[in-house]
Design a protein around this ligand. Structure first.
Ligand code: BG6
Length: 484
């Protein structure tokens, strides 16, 4: 397979929070990989902007260290590190004061795509947006990129949208949900809308239920302070799992274009039913022999924040009425795995008799690790001895299917940043989508707060609390196994 990397136009990218954790871990190593792949032009310019007192050379050192720390193998296979570092510059900038802004303005070039990455807390969005305007740095075709958390409820999300809207039009605002940048997530759309095979079956007449699992083995680590104020619902469900749910449940858009896709996603979110309290399970991980409990990590001995969340919901529309959707996510679980499983109904009548057993087709879309899609089909168990049925996977692990020559799959951030430069908003959340997601989430959170709900403890390295298993068992269903 021939690699088809199409270089983007030359650009100036300013990263506010350019010395922060996200910049070090994801943004800068990601840009280096795009540079190595030949997608980022050599005359592009990346400017770090933050409070730290650094000069261009100091920032290059900082970025070199970040690349070595987070993608150490790359410089060994890609000899372009020095060239990449030459595209970098730095301006000491005070987001709330005046220092640095004229200097930053002077360093931007005319006639290039101009993008500003707000890799800072949402409390600074307004300050930065206002200064970009006041210093004449944000022409109509410039773009801003903002990170989650986009608010912590509907009210704060509305305020953030309103603040950004004072200075930027919606088509300039790129709200990142990095799950949308994952290869398989886009493949989900290719599979659904590029094949005739699935669409006729993609509804409640044939689909028994859908389950989405995002399980992590890591705990909250050094992020306890942030996480304890968020919990799994705000940190994962309101955004990442919601986006997966939208892509699996939405109607086919008329074209693969930003607003057509986002209009359909919005309809799904607006059709989500409120969740009944007994369809919600919250959990908190307990200590293991090696590691502390959630409460230790969060440094809050009475924390009621959930590190695990499972729930059952419905999309109330013609396509999905009667097909439950189960969502589950948690930290310190058995294995790191993210999977969407579409579980089809039983055949209406089994001609093989009860001994053959009941078998169901499952379409499993694995986001990570081993990205790929598997369709479980039922066949005859080989050999003599009557008609016994067995489920086998029709497996399409992308790495195997596309072969070693296929271009390395870019990380979600790399792809999304290149989309910003290309001016393609398809994989970014629109303001109304984010608000609709909070409008569904808020009453769920308010409900458990009002009930004084305390999350159930679960063992580190397990599949979550027992109650989560019961959520499915009560319906005569079961979760797919969490396995690496
Ligand atoms: C982030 C959450 O958005 O996504 C983290 O804040 C979580 O808590 C992470 O660990 C998971 O992302 P990924 O790409 O590792 O599945």
């Amino acid at each position: 397979m021939v690699s088809r990397v199409i270089p983007v136009e030359s650009f100036d990218l300013v990263i506010f929070g350019g010395t922060g954790d996200l910049a070090r871990r994801k943004i800068l190593p990601g840009l280096f990989r795009r540079f190595c792949a030949g997608q980022m032009p050599e005359d592009a310019r990346i400017l770090g902007a933050a409070r730290a007192e650094l000069d261009d050379e100091g920032y290059r050192e900082f970025v070199r260290d970040a690349i070595v720390e987070f993608d150490g193998e790359r410089p060994k296979t890609c000899p372009k590190l020095a060239e990449f570092l030459a595209t970098l510059g730095y301006v000491t900038t005070d987001a709330r004061g005046e220092a640095g802004w004229p200097d930053l303005a002077a360093r931007l070039r005319e006639g290039r795509v101009r993008a500003f990455y707000f890799s800072v807390g949402p409390g600074l969005f307004g300050d930065i947006a206002e200064r970009l305007h006041r210093h004449g740095m944000a022409p109509r075709d410039s773009r801003i990129v903002v990170e989650k958390p986009f608010g912590r409820d509907l009210e704060t999300a509305r305020q953030l949208n309103a603040t950004l809207a004072e200075h930027f039009k919606e088509d300039q605002i790129y709200r990142i949900d990095h799950y949308l940048g994952k290869e398989t997530v886009q493949n989900l759309m290719a599979v659904r809308f590029g094949n005739m095979l699935f669409e006729p079956l993609w509804n409640s007449q044939y689909v028994d239920h859908i389950q989405i699992t995002v399980a992590e083995t890591v705990g909250v680590g050094g992020r306890g302070g942030y996480y304890d104020k968020s919990g799994a619902m705000r940190d994962m469900v309101q955004n990442h799992l919601m986006q997966l749910l939208c892509l699996i449940a939405m109607e086919p858009p008329a074209k693969f274009d930003p607003d057509a896709v986002r209009d359909e996603k919005l309809k799904v979110i607006r059709a989500l039913e409120p969740v009944e309290p007994h369809h919600i399970v919250r959990g908190q991980y307990d200590a293991s022999e090696e590691e502390g409990s959630y409460r230790d990590h969060a440094e809050n001995p009475t924390s009621k924040t959930e590190s695990f969340m499972a729930l059952k919901t419905h999309v109330s529309n013609w396509r999905w009425a009667g097909t439950p959707i189960y969502l589950r996510t948690g930290k310190r679980m058995k294995a790191r795995t993210s999977e969407i499983a579409v579980v089809f109904k039983d055949t209406p009548h089994s001609i093989f008799g009860p001994e053959a057993g009941q078998h169901r087709n499952v379409l499993s879309i694995r986001l990570q690790p081993n990205e790929g899609i598997t369709l479980g089909v039922t066949i005859k168990e080989p050999g003599p001895g009557g008609m016994r049925l067995v489920d086998v996977p029709l497996d399409m692990t992308f790495a195997d299917a596309l072969g070693p020559e296929a271009e390395e799959v870019p990380d979600a951030y790399e792809r999304l940043i290149m989309d910003v430069i290309r001016g393609n908003q398809t994989l970014f959340m629109r303001g109304d989508e984010v608000e609709a997601a909070w409008a569904w989430t808020d009453p769920i959170i308010q409900g458990w707060e009002a009930r004084g709900d305390v999350p159930k403890l679960y063992d580190s390295g397990s599949s979550g609390p027992e109650d989560a298993l019961m959520l499915m068992h009560r319906d005569g269903r079961k979760w797919r196994e969490i396995k690496a």
